[in-house]
Design a protein around this ligand. Structure first.
Ligand SMILES: Nc1nc2c(ncn2[C@@H]2O[C@H](COP(=O)(O)OP(=O)(O)OP(=O)(O)O)[C@@H](O)[C@H]2O)c(=O)[nH]1
Ligand SMILES: [K+]
Ligand SMILES: [Mg+2]
Length: 367
């Protein structure tokens, strides 16, 4: 019996030899949808073992987790040791790291977890090496450091991205703006608010047929591709993650290629070995994590600027603030006095639903 990986390979081969034209659009659309379904099987344990695995289940600590992913020997472990002070074995041979090694860093008052991971290689998503377990861990992170060795071909960047994508991870992207409403009957009704230049009706129908979606309203609010449509259908299995490209080993690197490197968006050149430019890396990490610091100010005293309450953007209401201090604080809550960019008047009385912004100062008044 052929495995899921074999089936994926067969479809990829067929797609590679099928020319895209009007006559093959339906067929290609169907193949893409089939491929997406098979890849989903790989994600779930029943479909051939995704999930964690020995040495991969790490307790989460801190407000956010950053996962280090990359080819073997690009310097992930060296970086973890430098940034967190937790020793992770580093050596010149590939696959030195075989499990997840966690460390933590305190940055701008926020405790952030960092996970050093084993190297991944081409084909990881289809079961090569420990790739599947590694990628399964990256899905649980809030941010990825995609570590690249600047002495290696830039193609490695694409390979890593392709591997992550195969596992439903979408890097530095937002979900496609397509509204999909499944219905009991009435057929497929397609509308669009912008011209669709990259997707044909045939492709849409092929995908919908493959997913047995016979009745639905689909509204395209972006110039979507067939992959975007599949992502929306598979929304439950998609993970949208910010990532920073860490261009490592700039100490052993010729200056000509430097210009090329600076053209990569979301990238920071560093040397983990020499500790160069780690400040810039942390600054970009902080920016991408999008955290909110709120300083508590006890009534009649100065705010405590050393120990902020750190919240995630999107979960930074006064209620979230109270809960992160103590469960009972919400019950005792009367009102809050806020200074900072989230309020018009300085200070201003606000309720539990008020949303805080970075560096606000908060006084909670109890009943
Ligand atoms: N020149 C240079 N060498 C580095 C740098 N960072 C790491 N190295 C070297 O690169 C080799 C691999 O480093 P590791 O930290 O083990 O790399 P890794 O990505 O964790 O490797 P695996 O765990 O095997 O996937 C070691 O010999 C390091 O000393 C750097 O910034 N510059
Ligand atoms: K290594
Ligand atoms: Mg390592």
């Amino acid at each position: 019996m052929s495995t899921t990986a074999d089936k994926i390979k067969a479809i990829e081969d067929e797609m590679a030899k099928t020319q895209k034209n009007k006559a093959t659009e339906f067929h290609l659309g169907q193949l893409k949808a089939k491929l997406a379904k098979l890849r989903r099987e790989l994600l779930t344990p029943t479909g051939g073992g995704g999930g964690g695995g020995v040495g991969f289940d790490v307790a989460k600590t801190g407000i956010a987790t950053v996962g280090f992913v990359g080819f073997p020997s690009v310097g992930k472990s060296t970086l973890l040791s430098k940034l967190t002070g937790t020793h992770s074995e580093a050596a010149a041979y590939e696959f030195t790291t075989l499990t997840t090694v966690p460390g933590t860093i305190k940055y701008k008052g926020a405790k952030i977890q960092m996970l050093d991971l084993p190297g991944i290689i081409e084909g990881a998503k289809d079961g090569r090496g420990r790739g599947k377990q590694v990628i399964a861990v990256t899905r649980t992170c809030n941010l990825l450091f995609i570590v690249l060795d600047v002495n290696k071909p830039l193609k490695h960047k694409q390979i890593i991205e392709y591997e992550l994508e195969g596992f439903g991870i979408r890097i530095n992207k937002t979900p496609p703006d397509i509204l999909l409403k499944k219905k009991e009957k009435g057929g497929i009704n397609i509308t669009n608010t912008v011209p669709l230049t990259r997707l044909t009706k045939d492709e849409i129908r092929a995908v919908m047929t493959e997913y047995r979606l016979n009745s639905a309203d689909i509204q395209f609010r972006c110039d979507a591709t067939v992959d975007d449509l599949i992502d929306v259908i598979e929304a439950k299995n998609r993970k949208y993650l910010p990532a920073v490209y860490v261009l490592n080993k700039i100490d052993s690197f010729s200056i000509q290629e430097l210009e090329l490197m600076y053209k990569i968006p979301n990238a920071v050149p560093i040397s983990s070995g020499k500790g160069w430019n780690l400040d810039d890396l942390l600054e970009m990490m902080w920016d991408r994590l999008n955290l909110v610091r709120a300083y508590t100010k006890p009534k009649g005293r100065l705010p405590d600027f050393n120990e902020p309450v750190v919240l995630k953007n999107g979960n930074s209401s006064i209620e979230d603030f109270c809960k992160s201090i103590h469960k009972s604080l919400v019950d005792d809550f009367k009102t809050a006095l806020v200074y900072g960019s989230s309020v018009k008047h300085q200070p201003q009385y606000v309720g539990l639903s008020h949303v805080l912004q970075d560096e606000d100062v908060v006084t909670i008044l109890k009943k």
